[in-house]
Design a protein around this ligand. Structure first.
Ligand code: ZN
Length: 435
């Protein structure tokens, strides 16, 4: 049989071989609720998928394709850390087809799709693996989040890009997806140390999330604010400084804003082409209708965060910018997008890489957030009930004791009462700031 095949193959016209697609590379991205396998292929492919059990495996047949020996070796390594995958192997099938087998740890659901070339990659075949009862999983998360809601102000921090979408890359190779995740984690830690505030990290590792999933996670956690953080590139490497954006339905307020919006929105096409996004047009119309209210809050937060960032140096623009970022299209959650710096500027790239500056950026954003929610704590939150509290000093009170009792910093307490020293007197009335 094999001999027959060899002979047949040999007899096929050369042009068939010339058109054969080569599998050139493979990347595996593990997210908490799915694993994405991306094959770089030299052209569009025709493929089919089949799930088999005993043992669990997923068979991907690709027509008229071959795999390079190097990739064959690379993917045959066992993948112990993955939730779903044991390993991947491949074999020729028939005269010119390729079969890739995923050995699985359990029963899964899957889907696959092709992606067109973009600025970063060529043609790709994407296979997503996720839990069989994915729907159920999502509902469980929701109730858990509901129960846990201790009336903190919830800030959803969205680290831009991830996985197969690196975002922008600096002249010295720093990737936007890495630096956004680091600073997002940093900011989350700072927020979680604040009284009455809680952070939710939208992306927790190096994987891609569609914009819809990002917004969905924020909504499941009942976020009071969605802050998407980026460090983008611009065509002119001299351009520098942070900018803060809110959503605009009327179009971008500047050329740079327009340019960025196009790039950030394109990111969703890089990794997020998905079968369940079909009704996006309808969804976006509905979203637009209920956006006006949260837009006002978005402007408020954006203003304060920009003020916070101004403490670090000259910002790119003096005022909050607006642009049509898809990730900000959340109907009920005020949303802002922060371009922390331009990764395309060599000096800013160097700074972004350093831990000290990452912390500075996180602190600058935090100060803006605190400043906003101090005066605009959502109803029913700890911050709202703590706001405008008055405290009358009695004998034996100390400023530090009061600060401790209300979990506010000494500085905040001094500032909000215009105290020049820590001396207080009996009968004096102190404002206890929310944060
Ligand atoms: Zn970005």
């Amino acid at each position: 049989m094999r001999r027959l095949c060899l002979i047949l193959c040999f007899m096929l016209p050369i042009s068939v071989f010339a058109e054969q697609v080569t599998m050139q590379n493979v990347r595996i991205w593990a997210a908490p609720d799915n694993t994405r396998v991306v094959f770089d292929v030299s052209g569009p492919v025709e493929h089919s998928l089949e799930l088999l059990d005993k043992p669990h495996r997923l068979v991907v047949d690709i027509r008229n394709a071959k795999i390079s020996q190097a990739i064959r070796m690379a993917i045959s390594q066992p993948i112990s850390a993955d939730k779903y995958l044991k390993n991947i192997r491949s074999a020729e099938r028939g005269s010119s087809d390729l079969r890739v087998v995923f050995d699985l740890k359990k029963n899964i659901e899957m889907r696959s799709f092709l992606l067109q070339p973009n600025s970063q990659y060529g043609h790709r075949l994407v296979v997503d693996l996720y839990d069989e009862n994915n729907q159920k999983g999502a509902i469980q998360v929701m109730t858990q989040a509901d129960n846990k809601r201790s009336k903190d102000v919830v800030i959803a921090i969205d680290a831009g890009h991830g996985g197969d979408d690196p975002g922008a890359t600096g002249p010295n190779g720093l990737r936007e997806k890495d630096v956004t995740l680091k600073i997002a984690r940093n900011l989350a830690n700072l927020i979680n140390q604040e009284y009455g505030m809680k952070a939710v990290l939208i992306r927790e590792g190096d994987y891609f999330l569609s914009l819809r999933k990002r917004i969905g996670k924020a909504r499941r956690h009942k976020a009071d604010l969605f802050i998407s953080i980026h460090a983008d590139a611009f065509k002119d490497p001299k351009v520098r400084g942070s900018s803060v954006y809110i959503l605009s339905n009327r179009g971008a307020s500047s050329e740079a804003a327009k340019w960025l919006a196009e790039r950030e929105n394109a990111a969703d096409l890089i990794g997020g082409v998905s079968l369940d996004d079909k009704d996006d047009v309808l969804a976006s119309v509905l979203l637009d209708l209920s956006q006006t209210a949260s837009l006002e809050a978005s402007i408020g937060v954006a203003d304060r965060v920009l003020s916070g960032l101004k403490k670090l140096g000259k910002t790119h623009k003096k005022h909050v910018q607006s642009a049509g970022f898809a990730v900000l299209k959340s109907p009920d959650i005020p949303s802002i997008l922060v371009e922390m710096a331009y990764i395309s500027n060599p000096e800013e790239e160097r700074k972004l890489k350093g831990k000290a500056y990452q912390t500075k950026l996180a602190k600058a954003m935090l100060s803006g957030l605190k400043d906003y929610f101090r005066n605009h704590a959502p109803e029913g939150t700890l911050l709202a009930s703590a706001a405008n509290q008055k405290y009358v000093i009695t004998r034996g009170d100390t400023l530090s004791g009061i600060a401790q009792r209300y979990k506010v910093s000494m500085n905040t307490l001094r500032d909000s009462n215009q105290l020049k020293s820590d001396r207080i007197r009996v009968g004096q009335v102190l404002n206890i700031p929310a944060i």
